[in-house]
Ligand binder design. Sequence first.
Ligand code: PEP
Ligand code: MN
Length: 256
Amino acid sequence: MKVLDKTKIIKIEVKNLTISTKKFTMIAGPCSLESEQQINQILSANLKFDILRAGLFKPRTSPYSFQGLQYRGIELLVNQAQKYQKPVISEITAISQITALAKIDILQIGARNMQNYELLTAAAKTNKPILLKRGFSATIDELLASAEYILAQGNEQIILCERGIRTFDNQMRFTLDIGAISLLKDRCNFPIFVDPSHAAGNAKYVSSLAKASVAAGCDGLIIEVHPNPENAKSDQLQQLTIDEYKDLVEELRPWI
Ligand code: PEP
Ligand code: MN
């Protein structure tokens, strides 16, 4: 497996930013893009982050929940991110979205699609960087095998992301597998990111999981932040307010 080749240094270039295991990268933004006002409130708040996140195509458990702005949100997201010179990441949920997502800098493959091999292959062929999330029932070997599908297309611009797995306990939304960070670092040179927001499922636990992940040696974090979480159209409970995000960055500052 190529993922086992540890001699190669992986450097991912997006706009003026380099993502690698040599420096820390922060991704922040709302779970879903909802409106121009919402995304502007995040972008104009002078928050410290390197890459803007916002979901357009949302993989919701219920078909009756908000599914994202989908195609009609793409231009808004790209324009606003450009205005603030932030690279942007958004989730791709189907091969048919590839052309429309051409201006999205990093494609996210979500936990629910980690083993959607056709999607992995098609996304890899765009030659865009891909942030691959661990499926919540996937082993480390399965995550690496999915990364291999991207490598098999000649695309090495891969970020792996631990975002919590299913265990016997469900007090938190998922169980963050802190050990995954060391295990993945032993096995590959891809930047290893952690998403504490989806693991915690509740804003009050996000900061401790983020700090634990940084202490364990992750290369980046992906954090959900919303100007008004209680009115969010998805993941209301877990999104940090702008002030909570600022506090978290201050707490992490000595370490990142
Ligand atoms: C998300 O990042 O909004 C998301 C749906 O994440 P996951 O695929 O980890 O559930
Ligand atoms: Mn979310």
